[in-house]
Design a protein around this ligand. Sequence first.
Ligand SMILES: [Zn+2]
Length: 111
Amino acid sequence: MITRHRLRWRIQHWLEARLPGLLTCAQFQEMVDAYVDDELGPVVRATVDFHMKTCPICQRYVIAYGKVRDFAADTLSAEEAEALDVVPEGLVTAILAARGVGGARGGGPNS
Ligand SMILES: [Zn+2]
C-alpha cells in the first residue's frame, strides 16, 4: 500500500516532468544556498517556494541544510571556514563517488 507521503512525492515528480517552470529536486538543491540567504529574485523565489510547499524531501533538506550551516557557524573559526571555500575538487568528487551520486548505485532524492 502506498503511503500518503509517497503518493505526494510521486505527484510532485510527475508534475515536475510534465509542467514547464516547475523545479526538480536537483534544481532546487542547486539554489538552496541563495534561497536560504534570501538572494533570489521574486519570480525564482515563487517557483522555489512552490517546490518547497509541495516537496517534503526538499523541506527536510532545507531544515538539515540550515542546521549544518548553523553548526558550522558556531564551531568553525574564521580560518577554518575560509579553508572550506577551497575544498579540492578531487575530494568532492571522491566523496560523491563514495556516496554513489552520479554513479551506478544511485543516491539522493531523485534516484
Ligand atoms: Zn524536492
